[in-house]
Design a protein around this ligand. Structure first.
Ligand code: ATP
Length: 231
């Protein structure tokens, strides 16, 4: 079953002759539980695509359906709530709150949403990511790889069905990157989460179920997932 369907996505920044045509008609389907990587040269439109798939911006034209729901038919407030409840985001910058310990960072978005964290689930996520012994530390007392694992735990703790990651290993060395992506793969399987991840790193991309290649605002390869491929 497809969790996400994007059709005819066009994004222009600015207007008139100086407009940048960042996406030029993107059609994409992502299956439930899939782990997909988006690759392409700098400026090809990867981040623009990810932002549109996650409801962080609005397209100039086109639609994004998540579980059949047309996310851009919602107003800004509805979209913010939908995003918070259904989508986890992981960025290159970890964006942890320096004065909060690891546990409080992980549950912060849930508490900001007025909910109580499912402490059993949070413990399970923390354990899977090797964070159990670090829960009382401050972010400043952690390595880059550990901080990114906290950011991943934070993205997963609210049990989103869909996780979007923009260069999640951009600040990490290659061994740590492979480890973090390995963990992302494990968590996506274990918690049944669909993952779309941008990466510059071809080795990292090969760890995904599918590689979506984007060039000059268009998808050149990997638009549709082939069920015959093993996953
Ligand atoms: N807010 C913006 N205003 C104007 N132009 C933008 C904006 N954001 C992106 N662009 C332009 O849109 C095009 C696609 O940018 P995007 O960030 O999606 O590419 P990318 O593939 O993610 O690049 P990188 O790998 O360098 O992050 C580029 O030409 C970029 O300069």
């Amino acid at each position: 079953m497809s969790i996400l369907q994007a059709s005819g996505l066009i994004k222009h920044y600015g207007k008139g002759s100086s407009a940048v045509r960042a996406l030029r008609g993107v059609d994409l389907e992502v299956q439930d539980g899939e782990f997909a990587a988006v690759v392409g040269t700098s400026g090809s439109g990867k981040s623009t695509l990810l932002h549109l798939l996650g409801g962080l911006d609005r397209p100039t034209e086109g639609k994004v359906l998540i579980r059949g729901k047309d996310i851009y038919a919602m107003n800004d407030d509805e979209l913010t709530i939908f995003r918070r409840r259904n989508i986890g985001f992981i960025f290159q910058q970890y964006n942890l709150v320096p004065v909060l310990n690891v546990y409080d960072n992980i549950v912060l978005p849930i508490e900001l949403d007025g909910n109580r964290p499912d402490s059993e689930f949070v413990s399970h996520v923390a354990e899977t990511l090797g964070l159990t012994a670090l829960l009382h530390r401050l972010p400043g007392q952690l390595s880059g790889g550990q901080q990114q694992r906290v950011a991943i735990a934070r993205a997963l703790a609210a049990k989103p069905s869909f996780v979007l990651a923009d260069e999640p290993t951009g600040n990490l060395d290659s061994a740590t990157s492979q480890e973090v992506i390995g963990l992302l793969k494990v968590t996506s399987r274990q918690f049944n989460q669909t993952m779309v991840m941008i990466t510059h790193n071809e080795e990292i991309a090969l760890m995904a179920d599918r590689v979506i290649r984007i060039e000059d605002g268009q998808i050149m390869e990997g638009r549709v997932y082939h069920v015959s491929k093993q996953y």
